[in-house]
Design a protein around this ligand. Sequence first.
Ligand code: NAD
Length: 488
Amino acid sequence: MALIDGVSRLLIDGKLTPGGAGSFATLNPATEEVLGEAANADAADMDLAIDAARRAFDGTDWSTNTALRVRCVRQLRDALGEHVEELRELTIAEVGAPRMLTAGAQLEGPIADLAFAADTAESYEWTQDLGQASPLGIPTRRSVVREAVGVVGAITPWNFPHQINLAKLGPALAAGNTVVLKPAPDTPWVAAVLGELIAEHTDIPPGVVNIVTSTDHTLGAMLAKDPRVDMVSFTGSTATGRSVMADAAATIKKVFLELGGKSAFVVLDDADLAAACSVAGFSVCLHAGQGCAITTRLVVPRARYDEAVAIAAGTMGSIKPGDPSKPGTVCGPVISARQRDRVQSYLDLALTEGGSFACGGGRPADQPAGFFIEPTVIAGLTNSARVAREEIFGPVLTVIAHDGDDDAVRIANDSPYGLSATVYGGDAERAAAVAARLRAGTVNVNGGVWYSADVPFGGYKQSGNGREMGVAGFEEYLEIKAIATAAN
Ligand code: NAD
């Protein structure tokens, strides 16, 4: 892998090309140094990319040749796997992802998960025979055929860029779609490397995957609006998701949304408080809290509130944000100065709202460069505080008191979001009963892990619609056609 000769390229119609709007800098968020330049696409590039994807879908056998697609998705997995060490260093440098996380969801997990998409396509029941019946008295043989939706516009954020790019590309391609991927401008190289590997190390035909890096967010809106695009698959903030949905309305295209979260970590009164609050504190520091499903509201028994705050603060206060390239680092930088300032504005708001910090509260004094934020525990607020309702996307935990299981469920569900949740309790059945009442797409009970290629992931309420990963994630990229043939 040449891995970027200083300026990355777009992938349009099988060719690696420069951007119509020149290039833009990509930064290392841990040092603020410029890593290099990325191709900056303009509207004409996006137009060419959509056109190429449309032609590849309409004019080739990609959507019907399952064997080709399965082979190509496996080639992509192999190509990524062969370059995993270079990708690891890139991911640490561009995303600011701690090295330890690259062994999981930041890099190696999503590469391995491509196998699930290929295997699903290979074994999938593309045509289901419903047998013969006589609706309206007419003998009819019925079947249900599943086929690709068409051209998919995939729009992705920066926080887990490999995971999100590949969790869209793998099933979309395996299902027979063609794709235009518009990644976040904060992590263009991660996406551009994917384009380079696809062009140079796979048989994926020209136009089947197009990758358009740009600082211009309106190129994402172009994808949502364009009548040549059949479906938009978006991961990002709820505010942008709302705009994508509105832009897609004119063409009634399929809209699949993975959005924000403000997930609750519920600790029941029979739980091991020390274990639960330490886990809650640790997990909110992973990747500096930049995970949509991270549980950022710790909901604890009122009688043990102070103790819970002290335990969480003990854990988080001991986690020092630092160089993500070091093997022991858990909490790296946030992605940008803009994001750091946004998190800081929420910390300021917590004080205005009457909260206090049990640890953290600002920028670490020992990190003069880089976009670092101290792991912070906010105490003294209820669930109606804005810092308990709005997504902060930093290493920030708000601790809220509950008055029993019913109240804990009420608080957990009292959110515009419904992405994920955790329940800790001493009695597994009681914890499971609480989990069953939570309005969230994934629930972890007593430390269980839902992240896996075969487990669907997604949100209730304003955390989105549809599911990524699992067979459900594959089927998001399929249309359903019923065929009725007169049988006499
Ligand atoms: P964002 O919404 O600002 O941007 C996401 C993508 O949308 C980027 O590629 C951006 O260029 C593009 N975009 C911006 N404006 C657009 C528009 N009007 N039309 C179309 N596209 C547009 O999100 P972000 O700041 O990059 O990422 C952080 C957010 O993503 C958080 O809210 C987080 O919760 C969410 N997220 C959700 C999941 C999930 O699976 N639910 C996963 C990761 C991140």
